[in-house]
Design a protein around this ligand. Structure first.
Ligand code: NAD
Length: 359
């Protein structure tokens, strides 16, 4: 069977980490006798430079014609002053809505070998953690009405953004999270700001309504400010978390740092079909782009998520994850994972080869 994968390298370290993930996919394809057919498309700043648009129609069409999409990262300081609709990051919003992807799932786990790289107290790290953050992706304040207007109060300009969620939007992300919790420890924490926001009060109501359909899952609510604190105080208390677009954006970056490096964390975005968008949670890291030192693990693990969630190739996905863990256990470290240790630093290519060796 052939699987068509759209590769969107993007900007900065995007091309470097996508090349690594492609090598891993090719190797795993050989091992499990599966054929992956890759097509590359422009996205982000690179697409803007070549075509004048951060998400050319050809790229969206290519993604729609593929079985799944693997993306590097977009953005860079050279495009920061463009009008909003031309900025590279707009491509991400357009891709998510163009592909109908409303759930973003980010696994955050503590690797045995990297316990020393976590900024948390050793007693907290010793307990370990393995959290899944389910973030709503196509609603809320990032997509609500926004604008500028004259403020009569201060006799000057003011700006506004609007958080708006419908019952249907909350229900569909809630179902993703409840299903995820069913397949794990059956604990779900819904994070909101229901003491202040009306949209959060509706969020909470809908989650509780849904929980009647999932009596085996224990649902708990938590306010987002408390959640930000609890993630650092006792991350092991969480299993599956479900939250809105903006809260999920912020909390997942916070959680990622608990593992030691943003360069480790993959993500998957899915809608109603098996076609997903898989990408590392980090950005284009312009400060290290072109130096060959980016950590490829987040993108390699994103490829593993693709095999599992879009293609159902569980053994192949597990083997990639096991090879990554084995490389970390053997002391392989890119620069971002050093954290004061004296281990020799591996380049992006060397780390990829260490993982390949263990596949
Ligand atoms: P960033 O994630 O690119 O970088 C933050 C820090 O982490 C930097 O010091 C960087 O060197 C380091 N880092 C990130 N990924 C790494 C990796 N794989 N290996 C080693 N170190 C890594 O975030 P930023 O600096 O805030 O943003 C840079 C650009 O990326 C901006 O234009 C931003 O808009 C864009 N961005 C894109 C995405 C995306 O494409 N999904 C996500 C976030 C930010």
């Amino acid at each position: 069977m052939e699987y068509r994968i759209a590769l969107l390298k993007g900007d900065g370290i995007g091309p470097e980490v996508i090349d690594s993930a492609r090598r891993i996919l090719e190797a795993v394809g050989e091992k499990y006798d599966r054929h992956f057919q890759f097509s590359e498309y422009l996205v982000g700043g690179a697409a803007y430079v070549a075509t004048g648009a951060p998400l050319p129609q050809e790229t969206l069409n290519g993604c729609l014609a593929s079985d799944s999409v693997l993306l590097g990262a977009v953005g860079g300081p050279q495009w920061d002053n463009l009008p909003v609709h031309l900025r590279p990051e707009q491509a991400l919003f357009a891709l998510r809505s163009g592909l109908g992807l409303y759930s973003n799932v980010r696994p955050v786990r503590m690797y045995r070998a990297l316990k020393g790289a976590s900024p948390l107290h050793p007693d907290i790290v010793a307990a370990g953690f393995n959290i899944i953050i389910v973030r709503e992706l196509t609603g809320g304040i990032y997509f609500g009405e926004r604008g500028r207007r004259t403020s009569h109060l201060y006799d000057s300009e003011e700006a506004f953004d609007t958080e708006c969620y419908s019952v249907a939007e909350i229900e569909r992300i809630g179902r993703v999270a409840f299903e995820m919790a069913l397949g794990r420890s059956k604990r779900l924490t819904s994070i909101d700001k229901a003491n202040v926001l009306e949209s959060s009060r509706l969020w909470r109501e809908v989650m509780h309504h849904l929980s009647a359909e999932y009596p085996q899952v224990e649902l708990a609510d938590m306010l987002v400010d408390n959640a930000a604190m609890q993630l650092i105080r006792k991350p092991a208390q969480f299993d599956v978390i479900v939250t809105s677009n903006m809260f999920g954006d912020i909390l997942s970056d916070e959680a990622s740092q608990l593992t030691g490096s943003i360069g480790l964390l993959p993500s998957s975005s899915l809608g109603n079909t098996t076609r997903g968008l898989y990408e590392p949670i980090h950005g284009s890291a312009p400060d290290i782009a072109g130096l060959g030192i980016a950590n490829p693990i987040a993108t390699i693990l994103s490829a593993a998520l693709m095999l599992r969630h879009s293609f159902g190739l569980l053994a192949a996905a597990n083997s990639i994850e096991a090879a990554v863990e084995a490389a970390l256990d053997a002391g392989c470290r890119t620069r971002d994972l050093l954290m004061g240790s004296q281990a020799p630093t591996l380049s992006t290519t060397e780390m990829t080869e260490e993982i390949l060796k263990r596949l």
